[in-house]
Design a protein around this ligand. Structure first.
Ligand code: ATP
Length: 277
């Protein structure tokens, strides 16, 4: 009689984040994430791309534990951060594990000064940690130091985006998640913001998950990317593979085979779906 082999013990993951088959429902009926699976290797930058309404923000809120206030719920699947299942943890506990979510720039506290916005991001930290984090943020974004006594609502879009990232850094994260950092910014500012994100990864070793509609910019700094449509991943690959993929070029980078610019909005939906399959 042969004895069945014992299943091998699970190896410690090299992933900062592992999301498996996650389903999210709003208001008990609206199914928005339909079995979403992604991995974010420790030390990498991963881009989650997709058009309006694909479910990108919902994904970040599910990861950060912020669905409750919107009557949303993770109804299936697992979310693991460094081998720990976190999908039932409250948002503060997830921050405590090293996860920080940066909402897009308009979510700064507009009536507070820059310095007070940063302080608000450090609510869970000691005075010393707060001071160190503040110094780090100001050294990364000298412009924020110049503006520290200004009321955030009067900052430009690019400055507000820097502040939003700075506030997320105040929690001392190891995993930084960013929701559309390029939204509403002029191209030069977008480049500047993405250069800063790359530096956070390279110089501070932050693992980054960035959600974007600006596929080109995101893939320029990312190691790996996922394309999301209608609540699930339809394509994934290294950033170089995705940039070379004809469908990604056509529908997300606005470039046809001949290099002619083309918008995916011009193409019939059924054709898009068919080509991903
Ligand atoms: P965008 O780039 O436009 O923000 P997205 O990819 O981030 O899009 P989500 O904001 O996650 O997409 O929205 C995905 C779907 O979930 C959309 O159909 C949206 O209408 C729906 N949705 C989002 N938030 C809620 C909510 N609080 N209640 C009900 N439905 C919601």
């Amino acid at each position: 009689m042969t004895i069945p082999a014992m299943p091998s013990s699970p190896k410690t993951s090299d992933n900062m984040l592992e999301v498996r088959n996650v389903e999210v429902i709003y208001d008990e009926v609206i199914l928005v994430l339909r079995g979403l699976s992604i991995e974010v290797p420790t030390g990498s930058i991963v881009a989650l791309l997709g058009s309006n309404g694909a479910g990108k923000s919902t994904t970040l809120k599910a990861l950060a534990g912020l669905l409750d206030s919107e009557h949303g719920e993770v109804t299936d699947g697992t979310i693991r951060m460094e081998d720990r299942e976190i999908s039932r943890l409250d948002p503060a506990a997830r921050v405590g594990l090293g996860m920080s979510l940066c909402m897009e720039g308009r979510h700064v506290f507009s009536h507070l000064t820059v310095a007070d916005n940063l302080t608000a991001g450090a609510y869970s930290r000691t005075r010393q940690q707060k001071k160190e984090a503040e110094d780090l943020v100001y050294s990364f974004f000298p412009r924020l130091h110049d503006l520290r006594t200004r009321v955030a609502g009067y900052l430009s879009g690019g400055e507000q985006q820097m502040l939003a990232i700075g506030r997320a850094m105040m929690a001392g994260p190891r995993l930084l998640m960013l929701d559309e950092p390029s939204l509403g910014l002029a191209p030069l500012l977008v480049k500047d913001i993405f250069d800063h994100i790359k530096r956070l990864n390279e110089e501070l070793g932050l693992t980054v998950l960035v959600v974007e509609q600006n596929a080109k910019r995101a893939l320029d700094i990312a190691d790996h990317g996922y394309i999301m449509e209608q609540g699930r991943i339809v394509l994934e690959g290294s950033a170089d593979e995705l940039k070379a993929n004809p469908d990604v070029k056509e529908f997300y980078l606005g470039l046809g085979d001949e290099g002619a610019r083309k918008s995916y909005r011009d193409v019939k939906h059924y054709k898009r779906r068919k080509r991903w399959l």
